[in-house]
Ligand binder design. Sequence first.
Ligand SMILES: Nc1nc2c(ncn2[C@@H]2O[C@H](COP(=O)(O)OP(=O)(O)OP(=O)(O)O)[C@@H](O)[C@H]2O)c(=O)[nH]1
Ligand SMILES: [Mg+2]
Length: 374
Amino acid sequence: MTYDMNINELVNGCMNAVNSRMKNLKTLNIVVVGKTGVGKSTLVNAVFRENIAATGIGSPVTQHIQKCTKNGVPLVIYDTKGFELEKKVQQEIKNELIEKIDEGRKSRDINQAIHCIWYCVNACDDRFEPSEEQWIREFTRQNENYRIPVIIVLTKAYFKDSAQALQKKIEAKNLDVKKVLPVLAQDKENYRAYGLDTLIEVMEQVLPDEMIDTLMSIQISNLTLKQKKSHMAVAAAAVAATAAGATPIPFSDAAVLVPIEASMLTSITVIFGFEISKSVLTGLVSTIIGTGGTTMAGRTLVVNLLKMIPGVGSLTGGVISGATAALLTTALGEAYIALMTAMFNGEIKARDLETKEGQEKLNELFKEELEKKR
Ligand SMILES: Nc1nc2c(ncn2[C@@H]2O[C@H](COP(=O)(O)OP(=O)(O)OP(=O)(O)O)[C@@H](O)[C@H]2O)c(=O)[nH]1
Ligand SMILES: [Mg+2]
């Protein structure tokens, strides 16, 4: 029996999986508290894609809470207004916030729940006012029923030493918060942005498991974590491929690897959060398996793939072993991570992949990865 390997089918399968997983990502709901000008919007825009807080005025939810969203991004930012005003307003904000948290809990829908609170303090001010401490203590006491994680973000932390001193001072107060963290969201003159990658690491630890896919997909400030999660997806696929090849795969049956590899590519695409078009994916797959056409026999596919692995250029006994299946899968996955990384860094544009040059670059990446894996 021979399987025809239809690239179109593989690509469509991948596209459908990517689209449905992207569409089904849970919505992450974050509340950002802090005085005007402390850098709430700048922080949100630096951490997440699509400049979600750039549009300025969101839609009002309560008197002092606004909601910022953007079509196609599974993120809601609840921005508080007026925190710098008198104590009465701060109390109102606290009550509105608890009400909002309670409402989310009652909905029993994770997409409506509040998942995290970023309490922002300007690190330049070098002080943490008693009224702020009191607000946090009162809030976290009421929050005991809900256990929504609170992170204190020290914003505009240009001067690391004094920001760290402030951090220590706040930590010593033993507030019921997950972390006190200095960040600089944007470069300023000679001061380089920092701390956002740590913020994402903390978020990964404090968010419920169901929210991690969303966090990875929409965050743009921790590439290392995206790569780490992607490597895990490749490792899992390699294990599955080894198992599939444990009974040596006649090369006509290489199709058994297709769902494993499609699911791996899907996971990596979601982690990086790029919109990937059908033509790009077609370019990618046909580059990697080295054919101009869209349909070919499984045998041709395997022969083409094997030709790319130095030293394993010829087939013996007409089978691919589990080890070879794992090697191919790993190489494909690692090449894809290298590609996504290059796109993340702006070195390659998605549409470049539709050009001959882009595909050659991709082919090079794939070969490099195979070399490394030997
Ligand atoms: N260079 C630099 N500028 C920052 C940073 N954070 C905030 N700013 C600047 O500080 C000013 C206020 O920042 P916003 O992000 O608008 O502050 P906000 O808390 O959203 O203010 P409101 O929306 O009025 O409550 C802007 O001019 C920002 O450019 C930062 O990390 N680096
Ligand atoms: Mg703002």
